[in-house]
Each structure stands twice: as C-alpha cells, then as structure tokens.
Ligand binder design. Structure first.
Ligand code: TEU
Ligand code: CA
Length: 618
C-alpha cells in the first residue's frame, strides 16, 4: 500500500510515492530544473509547501492540492521487478510503424493504401522487420486522419476494402510479419452512429456512451474549463439539442464514457472482431486518458498553463484507469494471447510500472514520451535537441524500469517532427545522426519501433506556407496564435518547429510518379537503409542485445558509452552525441568492431561528429 500524503508531508515522502515521483519529476522537466533540485537531502526533508519557493510562482497552493489528490488516488506500489526477464515475441520483434495515408500509393490518387503496404511487404521483410503497427485504417471522415473513427468494422474507402485488408494480413503472416492495429477508443467520430443516435434522441441508451451536459443545467456556461489538445474549449455546443458534449481532441472526436459498462463491452467486441480476423495485437491510442474523474471537475489553471492543457490532471491517470485496462486485457486480449502497447503521454516511469508490470495484467508496454523533448522545451519550440538528455533519460529507464516491465524504443512517430532535424538540421550530419540514433535504438533493452522513412533518412519537410499543412492540430494552433496577436510569420515558424505534418509526407519511393514528385525534395538513402538492415541483423543474431544487462561506462558530456552483456557475450556501444570530435575512444585489445559506419575517419582515437561504433568482446 502506498502512503497517504498531505501538505504536511515532506518533499521526500511525496517523491517516494509512485505518482508523486512522476509528477514532481514532470514538473521539474517542464520547468527545466534538474532532478537534483529535490533529491538534495536538505530539500527532500522540507515540507511540501516549500516547493512553491523552489518552483516559483508557477506552483500555487491549489496546484499542490491537485497534486496530492492524484498521489493519493494511487494506492498500489510497483513490484521490485528483480526476477528474471520472461521471453516474449514482442520483446524480440523489431516493429515498424506505418502511417497508411503516406506510406505507399498504388492507384495514383496520391493517398497511400492497403495494397501499397502489401506491395512493400518484401521490402519490409528484407529490412528485417517482424511486426507492423498500422495507424488507423478504419472508416473515418478524416478530421484527424483516421483517429476519428466512424465505423470500427469497416475499412476507409480511400485505403481499399476489407478484402484488401484480409489479403494484407494474410501476405504479412506468410512472411512471418505480424500486424497490430490502432485501437482508438478514447473517442469516436461525431459521425459514428452511436454519437448520432445519442445526439438525436436524448432517451437513447447511447446518450450515456458520451459525456453530454445539459446547457440549462449549467446556466449556459461551459460545463468546465477543460481545453482541447487541438485548441479551444473541450466542449462542443449543440444549440438545437441544448447540450454540450466533451471532446479532448478535435470537435469531431467525441470522448467515450468508459464508466458505462456497455461502452467497455463494445470495446471488447471491437477488439475481438479484429482478433478473430487474426491480427496480432493493438496499439491503444491515448490509453491513459480513458478514465475521467467523476463529475468532470474544473482543472487547475496553473497546471493548465504549465502543461498547455487545462483539466489534464483529471484524466491523464484517471481513478479507474487500471481497472479498465485490466478488464479489457482479461476479456479481450488474453483469450487471444494478443499483444497491447498503450500510448501514454504524460506517464512517468513509476506510473508506467503500474500499467505494464507483467503481474498486473494491464498493458504489455507503453510509449513514454518524456525522451522526445529536452527539459523545459515543448514540441513547438524551435531548439536543438541535446542528445545528452536522451542519454540520461534512457539510462534511467534501462536501470530502473525493472525486469517485469519492458519498454518501447522510438524517436519518431506520426505525431512528431523528425528527430534527426531536431538534433541538428545541418544536412551534412543527417546520415551520421540517423545512424547514431539507429545504433542506439537497436542495441538497447526494449522493443524498437522504427517509423516509416527512418530507414530512408527522412528529415523535416521544407514547407513553404501554412497552406501546405493539412494537420488539424497545426492548423488550429496556427489560427489560435494569430488570433492571439502573433504575426503570421512567427506563427508559421512555430508550426514548422513542431508540426506533425513533417512525419506525414508521402514516402519518396524510387519509382515515384509525376504526381508524387512534387512532394519529394528528399531522396531516399540507401546507405541509411543498409545501416538499419545491418543493425537489425546484428540484434537478431545476438539475444544479448535484446535481453542482456545494461551498464553506462562513461559519464563525460557528449560521450555515451554503454555495455550490453550477459554470461556469454559483451558488447560496447561507443557514441559521440555531438557535432564535435571527441578525443578519447573506447578501444581494447580483447574487443573487435562489429559495426563501424563507412565514414569512420581513420580508425584512430577520435570519434568524429555523431559517430557510433559497436564493439564485441572476442
Ligand atoms: O495522440 C495523442 C497525444 O497524446 C498527442 O499526440 C497529443 O496530441 C499531444 O501529446 C499533445 O501535446 C494520439 C494520436 O497518436 C494522434 O495522432 C491523434 O491525433 C490523437 O491521439 C487523437 O486520437
Ligand atoms: Ca491510393
């Protein structure tokens, strides 16, 4: 049992609870302060309200109360996790994420399709990929490119037919490639029949599938102050019906009420529908937002300001989250032995342990996002990402996540600009940085998720105007910034820094058609393809790189050296995280190089910019 904390508790006591740990860490991260700020023994013995002195006026008393509330909702503590790691196919697999809309077009309409994925299965097999995660392919009005689902049992027309899907699955399985689907069930499209029924008939059972509030009941005021991730209030107004309805994302993505057991039963049915077809598992969209605090209370304004979204403390680790995850695990995933990875923006390591600890039977894995931005930075900030932070982040998880948990390893997905560009946009370093990132990703403990185009060395796209950007998040944010008084130029610069559109440009396959050509100023890079190919092969040939222990061997700034080892083998991965040459290099007579990129300068005692070498003990 966790310990109950109050305002009279010490900072250390709060930090020792799983949620307190993660929330305090997140606060520091957001403010760009080092963890040492509160780990310091003097500070850690101080009362909680001392935090307001450390963190400045950003943190008020009400915010502390909100924090304590969250901390005390969690009564469990993570298991130690020092047993043996259990083997599983999804721990050994290399995943590849496909964003179907921009992967591969086969009928010339400039929209990727299912047949395009089928066509490239041999390419993916040759690369060494074992499993695919498909971003949503279901019927959708595409307000958020398929993350707004109208019919969970139908394929998006632009992508093909159910027959095309069955063929894709079958052809993938023939090649021993597994497929996991995107399970978007925090919300449905407003065009889903459930929502339409609910809206048009207040007495329908579907009214309780969503969060509706009577306008009369709130005297015409919005039901609460929550904001949407895609700008503006989280409430839609329906004048004709006299109601409000909740949407954490776009105005056409209506949040489902998971407290209604019928909703959960529907979700179980949807999962089973696809598992019956033979899919191998799911990536669960915004997994940690499904349970909302009862009564949907107002969010704390200071938290809202700090994180950019008001109300988030009432659903990002909701009161019944564990219960719901456990329920769908037992009722839907487990009977099929299906795999489930949850998208979990905002969860720190201790919360993650409570969601992924194998003995708890919730999720198998989550995507944690705290590694994607430097401390004090947000996605839409224009800055150079310092890989020293990634080193610290990854080392922490490698060392403390526990053998009962397993992490996902990724730099890119459909929601983020390309990491290579963020680290250093200088094209001279593109190949080196991508190689370095690949080498780290494929030699760590965890499951690598390659994002489409990583293996082509794709960088951010050189968009010239906001008109070229279709993504709803970017477009809404742009409008909001301009409305708030920012110049169009500055607003566009901000969008360019963080837009998801960078990851959503049609892949530049070699056999490009004229229609596509205009979209392609980046050329695919064989050298980087080969790097991925060789590193995946290396990982597969040596289970030590998957299950072995991890140890950091070097703490010097910019120089990241770590070992992966077990009884039979030892590897050392030596990385230069910077654009500067590093004088000292790992080299020992009883080690041989097993991966040294072609641009290695002279094999001497220098690591060139962003260079990585992998050594194996003879
Ligand atoms: O993403 C949700 C998510 O948490 C972030 O991308 C979120 O927008 C960001 O953290 C805010 O800072 C998932 C999908 O991956 C995304 O493509 C969808 O748009 C979203 O859910 C809604 O389904
Ligand atoms: Ca097409």
């Amino acid at each position: 049992m966790g310990k109950f904390v109050t305002v009279d508790s010490t900072i250390g006591e709060v930090y020792n609870t799983p949620v307190g740990h993660d929330v305090l860490k997140k606060l520091l991260l957001q403010l760009g302060l080092p963890e040492q700020t509160i780990l310091n023994p003097v500070v850690s013995r101080m009362r909680l309200n001392h935090l307001t002195k450390i963190m400045g006026k950003k943190l008020d008393a009400q915010m502390l109360m909100a924090l304590l509330h969250l901390v005390n909702l969690e009564t469990d503590t993570p298991a130690k996790g020092n047993g043996k790691i259990k083997r599983a196919w999804w721990k050994e697999a290399v995943f590849y994420q496909i964003y179907p809309r921009t992967f591969r077009d086969t009928n010339g309409d400039n929209v990727g399709d299912l047949n395009g994925i089928t066509e490239k299965l041999d390419y993916l097999k040759d690369l060494g990929v074992d499993a695919l995660w498909l971003s949503p392919v279901y019927d959708s009005p595409n307000d958020d490119n398929g993350y707004d689902i109208r019919d969970y049992r139908k394929i998006m027309q632009e992508f093909g037919t159910m027959r095309d899907f069955d063929r894709l699955l079958n052809e993938a399985h023939k090649r021993e490639i597994k497929i996991i689907m995107d399970l978007v069930v925090n919300h449905t499209s407003d065009e889903h029949e459930w929502f339409q029924n609910a809206l048009n008939d207040a007495n329908s059972k579907y009214s309780d599938y969503y969060f509706f509030r009577d306008k009369g009941a709130s005297g015409g005021f919005l039901p609460n102050n929550w904001t949407s991730f895609f700008s503006g209030s989280a409430w839609n107004e329906y004048d004709e019906q006299g109601v409000y309805a909740l949407h954490l994302f776009s105005k056409k993505q209506m949040d489902l009420n998971w407290d209604n057991p019928e909703v959960r039963a529907e979700v179980v049915d949807i999962i089973k529908f696809w598992l019956e077809k033979g899919v191998d598992g799911f990536r669960m969209d915004v997994m940690n937002y499904i349970s909302k605090e009862e009564g949907l209370p107002d969010g704390n304004e200071a938290i809202g300001e700090l994180f950019g979204f008001t109300g988030i403390e009432h659903y990002m680790y909701g009161p019944r989250l564990h219960e719901y995850l456990h329920e769908i695990r037992e009722k839907a995933f487990a009977p099929y032995d299906a795999f489930a990875v949850g998208e979990a923006a905002g969860l720190g390591m201790e919360m993650a342990k409570l969601v992924t600890g194998e003995e708890r039977r919730e999720m198998d894995m989550i995507f944690s996002f705290d590694g994607l931005e430097n401390p004090g930075k947000e996605r839409f900030d224009d800055y150079k990402y310092d890989l020293n932070y990634y080193r610290d982040y990854i080392s922490d998880w490698m060392e403390h996540y526990g053998n009962n948990c397993w992490m996902s390893l990724f730099y890119n997905n459909h929601d983020n600009p390309r990491m290579v560009s963020k680290v250093n946009p200088n094209p001279a370093y593109r190949q080196r940085i991508q190689t370095l990132l690949a080498a780290i990703q494929l030699t760590l403990k965890g499951t690598p998720f390659i994002y489409q185009g990583d293996e082509m060395g794709l960088v951010n796209y050189d968009f010239k105007s906001i008109d070229e950007i279709t993504d709803i998040e970017s477009r809404n944010l742009y409008r909001e910034l301009v409305n708030d008084g920012m110049t169009e130029e500055d607003a566009f610069a901000k969008i360019l820094a963080g837009s998801r559109e960078h990851a959503r440009v049609l892949l530049p396959w070699d056999d490009r058609t004229d229609v596509v050509a205009e979209h392609l100023r980046q050329t695919p890079d064989d050298a980087i393809y080969n790097v991925y190919h060789d590193l995946i092969a290396l990982r597969k040939a040596h289970p030590t790189l998957i299950y072995g222990k991890f140890r950091v061997m070097n703490d010097d700034r910019n120089h990241f050296t770590y070992a992966r080892y077990d009884k039979s083998e030892t590897f050392v991965i030596d990385c230069n995280l910077s654009a500067h040459r590093l004088p000292s290099v790992f080299r020992r007579d009883d080690f041989e190089p097993v991966f040294t990129p072609a641009y290695l300068e002279n094999g001497a005692d220098v690591l060139s910019p962003y260079e990585v070498r992998i050594w194996k003990k003879i």
